[in-house]
Design a protein around this ligand. Structure first.
Ligand code: SF4
Ligand code: SF4
Length: 383
């Protein structure tokens, strides 16, 4: 029987080292034996924004080059794609490809996605997301490989395999999804719906260097030195959460996966090939965000729901700008799905009543000036 998750060391981003790690991490779960000549494989990378590889916000190009090489050796056609926040067109995504070093994959026979058409999915089996628009290049693929990056995340606690599939939603539509699913638990259910709809054959995590702190774009690179793989994005996430010190209830996508029986209740119940304990980073810095999940259901029934909502309003984390770091670029204003930001004297001003706490402003601030602020009382209570 194959293990749930495999973890192997990898301490540098050279194509050779990454290829060696990928061969070792995939072997216990069947390797790439399922790939045949002429097969079309789409790699859904994390290309969240115009970030250089060394910023550790995006899947490293050396990892992608290595995977492309392995797939091409088996005769597959390989396309790498993603829809970052912003316009979903050749000019915008092309600029992200350049910034993130993605053109390197072309030397190994990989193609960068240039099909920016969109399609509609009917998803009657979805729990909350029954119809959605997505990036149509995935329709051309016989198989999808989900290649994520391990990072801290303002809204979801962690950005890894499950969250990576939110990149199937065209960039300009993402704010609409945040608005449609303002509650973190529902947003996570929507993401799990996407994961279940696209069902990647493999999920691989680039945790050679992850991101801690003000993630998923403005944090600090943190060496972890590992690559992980699984047939299940949720089991992969459960193992990765342990590495960075998060519990299931602190990661809404894991809570949503547990709700559907997609993961066991404890990481100890995963069958892991490799010693997970060896990779735990005890002082990994997380985003100062704990959403309502921690406070919900303190009381049963309607009362519990009411207290959960009230406590969330009073104790939930909020975005807050650091005026010294802000350059007044207005990107947060333009991206805010709730139209909660107005610019005053070149600084963003947030209408707290309108804010749905999606943290898009924090995620896409090019200077890391928008922070996740957690009320002191919430910190004390969580202790
Ligand atoms: S995106 Fe960041 S730098 Fe730009 S205005 Fe908003 S807070 Fe300031
Ligand atoms: S202010 Fe920031 S966190 Fe609040 S709704 Fe707008 S983008 Fe989301």
């Amino acid at each position: 029987m194959q293990p749930d998750v495999v973890i192997v060391p990898c301490d540098q981003y050279t194509v050779e080292a990454c290829k060696d790690a990928l061969v070792r991490v995939l072997a216990p779960i069947g390797g790439l034996d399922w790939v045949h000549a002429g097969m079309r494989v789409a790699i859904k990378a994390n290309l969240v924004s115009h970030m250089k590889p060394e910023k550790a916000a995006t899947t490293h190009p050396a990892m992608l080059c290595a995977l492309v090489q392995l797939l091409r050796q088996r005769g597959a056609e390989v396309v790498i794609g993603d829809s970052p926040g912003g316009l979903y067109n050749s000019a915008y995504v092309g600029s992200v490809y350049r910034a993130t070093g993605m053109h390197a994959v072309e030397q190994y026979g990989g193609k960068l996605n240039e099909d920016f058409s969109q399609a509609i999915a009917e998803n009657p089996d979805g729990m909350v997301c029954k119809r959605f628009q997505y990036t149509a290049y995935l329709d051309q693929a016989d198989a999808i490989i989900n290649f994520c990056k391990l990072k801290s995340h303002g809204m979801m606690g962690m950005s890894n395999a499950a969250k990576n599939l939110f990149g199937v939603i065209p960039g300009t539509m993402k704010p609409e999804f945040h608005f449609q699913f303002p509650d973190a638990a529902d947003f996570a259910r929507m993401i799990v719906d996407l994961d279940e709809y696209f069902k990647p054959v493999l999920s691989i995590c680039d945790a050679v260097v992850g991101m801690e702190g003000n993630g998923p774009t403005a944090g600090t690179p943190r060496k972890i030195g590992a690559v992980l793989a699984s047939r299940s994005p949720h089991k992969l996430d459960l193992a990765c959460a342990k590495i960075i010190g998060l519990e299931i209830h602190q990661v809404p996508t894991l809570a949503a996966a547990l709700e559907r029986g997609l993961i066991p209740e404890r990481v100890a119940d995963l069958d892991i090939c490799g010693t997970l304990e060896d990779w735990i980073v005890p002082d990994f810095q997380l985003v100062e965000n704990r959403n309502s999940l921690q406070f919900q259901n303190l009381l049963p029934g309607v009362l519990g729901k009411w207290t959960g909502g009230t406590v969330k309003r009073l104790l939930g984390s909020t975005p807050r700008v650091n005026a010294k770091e802000c350059i007044g670029c207005k990107k947060c204003h333009d991206i805010c799905p709730a139209k909660a930001i107005t610019m005053k004297q070149n600084l963003p001003n947030i209408d707290r009543k309108r804010c749905i706490r999606c943290f898009c402003c924090q995620e896409f601030c090019p200077k890391g000036a928008m922070k996740v602020h957690r009320p002191i009382i919430a910190r004390i209570l969580n202790k």
